[in-house]
Ligand binder design. Sequence first.
Ligand code: AMP
Length: 405
Amino acid sequence: MKSIADLGDVAGQRALVRCDFNVPLQGDQITDDGRIRAALPTLTALQQAGAKIVIMAHMGRPDGEVNPKYSLAPVAARLGELLGCDVALAANVVGSSAQETVAGLDNGQVALVENVRFEPGETSKDDGERLELAEKYAALGDFFVSDGFGVVHRKQASVYDVAKLLPAYAGFLVEAEVEVLKKLTVAPQRPYVVILGGAKVADKLAVIDNLLKVADTLIIGGGMAYTFAKAQGYEVGKSLLDETKIDDCAGYLQQGEALGKKVLLPVDALCVGENAIDFSTFTLSGDVVEADITDLPADRGGCDIGPKSAEVFASEIAGAKTVFWNGPMGVFEIDALADGTKGVAKALVDSDAFTVVGGGDSAAAVRAFGYDDSQFGHISTGGGASLEYLEGKELPGLSVLEEVS
Ligand code: AMP
């Protein structure tokens, strides 16, 4: 991949930059601006080089239709505060407002075009339709910088197709993320402990398959742990269970044993009544009961790892030299069910290992608990992208940069 560190004199040239600014919002308030901060090294370098900066980004899933709910206005405002300058927001993606906004930029100035997913071509499966839109994007820039790591696993017009139409470079964020992921896949320092959590076991099977080969210890928590518990022969009450994946989980447990890997599952859980959680507001009704995994109440569901599990997991993390963590240990959005996730976050912070938080909910969780990014080796901006990289999949947004370099 060509790096923006290798750019020659770009003063006065238009840098078309893809960023991942898909930040969590409550109303129009950004609740975690980590992804915007992560783009600053690339953006300030381009500003200092005197480029005119045109940013493409998406927000949510407006499905190819203009929807003010998904406007990038809050992002433009926050980016302006962080850069200490005005950031203009065009009223559309490639129309006359975008063209005029770009034409009005002076050297070092920054503008955003509106949510690229307002355009149906952005996420189209039709190559021709994507290319047609990418040509309009390309008309807004003289060179392309790919810095939206959270979307490099997507074959989309502003990530993939536009990179074929302009001289294309990897931004500092994409380079940094790839460097970290390489460290995790090529000769990681051992012991290498991987912690996986989150709700859906099906989403994580491919990464388990690959990581079992490279990691020394696999720790499994969160809702996905109960399908493993069932595979071990335990009854899981009303806990999350994917009946279709029990055999896969049993297979991975056997494979781990055959490979001489440690696979740690929760030994206890915090259980709540069936339907006691309203997931739309994250409120809990009723009490929380601690139970051993061998003895889960039939009428309750496990919604956090218990204190014994948290201790076992923390002591395993304390002995590691490399740690990768993706997915919460429980419904961390509810205080009474957050201790397991907090325990893992604290164990990472206390550890001397190279610690990587793999994006998404876990990144939001550690920040919500009050930890600073600098307390971890790396917090990825891309949950899906980093998991797909670790699964060994080809990421279109990266391979296109290699192809054109
Ligand atoms: P995922 O998108 O698969 O990483 O899942 C993240 C979500 O899983 C978070 O919103 C958690 O609240 C939820 N979660 C974690 N553990 C559990 C559990 N034991 N039961 C239900 N939901 C859970």
